[in-house]
Design a protein around this ligand. Structure first.
Ligand code: SF4
Length: 259
């Protein structure tokens, strides 16, 4: 799948600034580095909508990161910034160790050519800060032109049918191939209910990437919703060799902002 013609102008438009939705210091609640103290930078904009996740804010339906997805409804709360390093430095001053940095969204890789983002990544490489991108893995990255991305960790939350998005929008095998072939570390992280059909979808998406770890986490933006699916997801993992991972921040703080 080629990058859509709607994305390319958006990337050019944001080249000198990036839309910052929020930043905070917490711990990673999900995926391979669950439990690790982490600085979070959330960037605005997404090329998907994921209405299937059913979270509603101000009449808009989508995922639990809704406010980072829809510029039209929530963009007036985003800040256009030309420096992300200062934000990370401000958190580093408060601790005497190096936390991880998680760059999330929305879809943060919409902004991958931005010098603002690249400046932050160069800073992190110099400092030895481990950086994870949380991505839907639909954006094809030119790793030869932007080699700094080879040093990053990619948490690929490829969306399944349960997201409500059509396959041609949510699956970009070329983008996944480029990530897996180029970056120092990547893993899949699927949001599931533990259904048999999800197993088939996961098998189809991952079959070409045999050594890439597969994590599954229960769908839900409240502890109650997670509990509805967690045992079925655990079974799905046990039966198929996937790694179960929870959403610890939601268990602890629900979907509270800044957590
Ligand atoms: S890809 Fe991620 S951030 Fe974008 S709408 Fe879907 S779940 Fe939300």
């Amino acid at each position: 799948m080629r990058m859509s013609s709607q994305i390319e102008p958006f990337m050019k438009q944001v080249a000198k600034t990036v839309p910052l939705v929020e930043h905070f210091y917490s711990f990673q609640g999900e995926g391979r580095y669950a439990g690790v103290p982490s600085i979070f930078i959330r960037l605005g904009g997404c090329n998907l909508g994921c209405r299937g996740f059913g979270v509603e804010i101000d009449g808009v339906i989508g995922c639990d990161s809704l406010k980072a997805v829809h510029e039209k409804q929530f963009g007036d709360r985003w800040e256009r910034v030309d420096d992300l390093v200062a934000i990370v430095e401000s958190y580093l001053q408060k601790v005497d160790f190096l936390p991880d940095l998680v760059i999330t969204g929305g879809e943060p890789l919409l902004h991958y050519p931005s010098p603002v983002l690249i400046g932050l990544l160069e800073f992190c490489c110099q400092k030895g800060i481990r950086v994870t991108f949380e991505t839907n893995a639909t954006i094809f990255i030119d790793f030869e032109r932007y080699p700094i991305y080879k040093e990053m960790i990619f948490s690929m939350s490829v969306k399944l049918k349960n997201s409500g998005e059509p396959q041609e929008k949510r699956l970009n095998h070329r983008a996944i191939e480029a990530i897996v072939a180029n970056v120092k570390e990547s893993f899949f992280k699927f949001v599931v209910r533990g259904e048999a059909q999800e197993r088939e979808e996961i098998a189809m998406i991952t079959k070409a990437f045999g050594t890439v770890p597969i994590y599954c986490m229960p769908m839900g933006s409240t502890a109650q919703e997670l509990t509805r699916y967690d045992k079925d997801v655990a079974q799905l993992c046990i039966q198929n060799g996937y790694r179960y991972v929870d959403r610890m921040h939601i268990r602890l703080w629900s979907n509270e902002e800044g957590r």
